[in-house]
Design a protein around this ligand. Structure first.
Ligand SMILES: Nc1ncnc2c1ncn2[C@@H]1O[C@H](COP(=O)(O)OP(=O)(O)OP(=O)(O)O)[C@@H](O)[C@H]1O
Ligand SMILES: [Mg+2]
Length: 212
């Protein structure tokens, strides 16, 4: 069976790409052989695995060579069930296009504010262009840093409606567990009770993506 390839991308910095990619990779690794590819020249995901050299909850993490990332993504899938790609912010459009041409799903983490959403409008255009060469590409926004005390504002719902990229029903709440897991160099799956709510967030996203 071919591997499911999922990229986590947004040209805006700090929206939670690495957090989402690392924790999804941990959750998927529990279901089947997974590899996490780090396409960020800063190497955040690789750095993550170095601090957590004992983190047995994470799949192997590999640096994706710059140049043509498409080959690396396709090769990494052999013998694997899931391939995750953590993308850098400010992806040059050629690189972003090659990553998106080589994957099945793109997840775009965005903060639940209309300004952040509008800042991701270039992603929607990049996805439209990529579909000319990869017509089966599926793309979803994933709300991150959701504050449960604030229901999404009316402006947010209007902003979402203007986008032609659908938003997953499930997102990530703002939780200390996501930061603690990063400090530990692992995922929220190894935090026990402290991570239980964060694990539920990740599991709900995985279930939703796999059922589509
Ligand atoms: N749901 C969350 N709850 C709490 N903290 C979070 C959450 N998501 C992300 N963070 C924190 O926000 C910061 C930015 O997250 P992260 O590094 O994952 O973003 P990024 O999009 O990968 O950034 P870059 O564009 O620099 O690669 C980190 O300190 C991370 O721990
Ligand atoms: Mg990152």
């Amino acid at each position: 069976m071919a591997a499911l390839r999922v990229a986590v991308a947004n040209q805006k910095g700090g929206t939670g790409k690495t957090t989402l990619a690392v924790n999804l990779a941990a959750g998927l690794h529990r279901r089947g052989a997974t590899v996490l590819l780090d396409a960020d020249p800063q190497g955040s995901a690789c750095h993550w695995s170095q601090i957590g050299s004992t983190a047995d909850d994470l799949p192997p993490i590999e640096r994706l060579a710059e140049g043509d990332p498409g080959d690396g993504i396709r090769d990494a899938g052999s013998g694997k069930r899931y391939v995750l790609v953590d993308c850098p912010p400010h992806l040059q459009s050629a690189t972003l296009r090659r990553v998106m041409e080589a994957v099945d799903v793109v997840l775009i983490p965005v903060q639940p504010s209309p300004l952040d959403l509008w800042a991701s409008v270039d992603m929607a255009e990049a996805i439209r262009n990529t579909r000319e060469r990869n017509p089966r590409l599926r793309a979803y926004m994933v709300l991150n840093q959701i504050d449960p005390r604030n229901a999404l504002s009316r402006e947010m719902h209007q902003a979402l409606a203007e986008f032609d990229v659908p938003v997953l029903k499930n997102g990530l709440t703002r939780r200390a567990a996501f930061r603690s897991a990063a400090l530990d160099g692992g995922s929220v799956y190894r935090l026990g009770n402290r991570g239980a709510s964060a694990v539920r967030d990740i599991e709900a996203i995985i279930t939703e993506v796999l059922s589509k």
